[in-house]
Design a protein around this ligand. Structure first.
Ligand SMILES: Nc1ncnc2c1ncn2[C@@H]1O[C@H](COP(=O)(O)OP(=O)(O)O)[C@@H](O)[C@H]1O
Ligand SMILES: O=P(O)(O)OC[C@H]1O[C@](O)(COP(=O)(O)O)[C@@H](O)[C@@H]1O
Ligand SMILES: [Mg+2]
Length: 319
């Protein structure tokens, strides 16, 4: 292997830049050239390639977003588009590709690998929803952003005796909601993986009010239902006015936490090692604090599971 490429795809995540930097630096350490592909799979198809030397990734470790930009490019499911992408890669003398993204991006990487072009996946998504790794790059930063926002909401909620619903990101996964709820001491946490009863939320609100609690915070993952919809349901049921805050894309931005930067460094380096060993079709991740690699397919064919013990704990700590 003489030259590899790297791209970022799907929703951006803080720490993607640190991962790009790790890929570039580790490759250069082994005297391998690196090409950056801009705009994810769209750029792979349109040939938006630029060489990345050591200096090109200087000063990005602390920056949110991705210097390679990202895109959602549904056309990449089509075979002719994938064939063209491989042709573009081969024309540049590139022998391997590192894809930093989520489960959707992994499907694209596997499609190319099955067509004979080796790809390795690095989990870059705030949702923490990739099976096979305990943490994804960006999750820790998004979690800290959400907790900081909720701490602020709690100040005003307490001053005015308000009940707040805070909608956090997580299309199919409840990790952001669950961890945020635990870290911010929310009364109720709703995640897509667990059924819930409106009556249970109402009972919690009533119990809190009865013991003189001045505020209530309910965290809902966007994949459960929109926060405003839940607010309407609860207002109708309780007669109490409910404020709703949707944290939205602010959760995807900002400087990556130290934890995300270190994770990005470890996983980026491992991805390059795998390509150097000629191993395509692999995903990298963290298991029991150690860097691991596993079949890319496992990452999207299995379903992400929320940690039920954390869900139970969140209920036990907010009776
Ligand atoms: N089944 C698939 N086959 C090939 N490429 C795919 C497939 N699913 C997704 N992709 C590519 O990966 C991109 C990112 O996927 P998406 O699900 O939006 O985000 P994420 O990778 O963060 O989960 C898509 O826009 C598309 O270009
Ligand atoms: O801005 P978009 O493209 O609608 O993306 C929103 C989605 O992106 C995410 O932040 C991350 O999802 P992916 O990692 O699958 O891209 C989800 O939590 C959210 O539903
Ligand atoms: Mg995804």
């Amino acid at each position: 292997m003489k030259k590899i490429a790297v791209l970022t795809s799907g929703g951006d995540a803080p720490g993607m830049n640190a991962a790009i930097r790790a890929v570039v630096r580790k490759a250069h350490y082994h005297k391998i050239d690196v090409v950056g592909v801009y705009y994810g799979y769209e750029g792979l198809y349109n040939g938006k390639f630029e060489p990345l030397d050591l200096g090109s990734v200087g000063g990005i470790i602390q920056r949110g977003g991705t210097m390679l930009y990202s895109a959602r490019f549904p056309e990449f499911k089509e075979e002719e588009i994938q064939n063209k992408a491989i042709e573009n890669l081969r024309n540049q003398g590139i022998d391997g590709l590192v894809v930093i993204g989520g489960d959707g991006s992994y499907r694209g990487a596997m499609a190319l690998t099955e067509k004979g072009f080796p790809c390795v996946g690095i989990p870059g998504t705030i949702d923490n929803d990739i099976p096979g790794t305990e943490y994804t790059i960006g999750f820790d930063t998004a979690l800290n952003t959400a907790v900081e926002a909720i701490d602020k909401i709690r100040d005003t909620a307490t001053s005015h005796e308000n009940t707040f619903i805070v909608e956090v990101m997580g299309r199919n996964a409840g990790d952001i909601a669950l961890w945020t709820g635990l870290a911010a001491g929310a009364e109720t946490v709703l995640i897509p993986e667990e059924e819930f009863e409106i009556e249970d939320i109402v009972a919690r609100l009533e119990r809190s009010a009865a013991r003189g609690k001045r505020h209530s915070i309910i965290i809902v993952a966007e994949g459960v239902m929109p926060g405003h919809k839940l607010g309407k349901i609860l207002e109708e049921r309780t007669g109490v006015q409910i404020r709703v805050s949707v944290l939205g894309h602010m959760q995807r931005g900002g400087a990556p936490s130290a934890r995300d930067r270190v994770l990005a460094g470890r996983l980026g380096a491992k991805a390059v090692e795998l390509l150097l060993e000629g191993k395509g079709g692999r995903a990298v991740g963290i298991h029991n604090h150690a860097v691991v690699d596993y079949d890319l397919k496992e990452a999207y064919e299995n379903k992400h599971k929320a940690d039920v013990s954390l869900y139970t704990l969140s209920k036990e700590l907010s009776i």
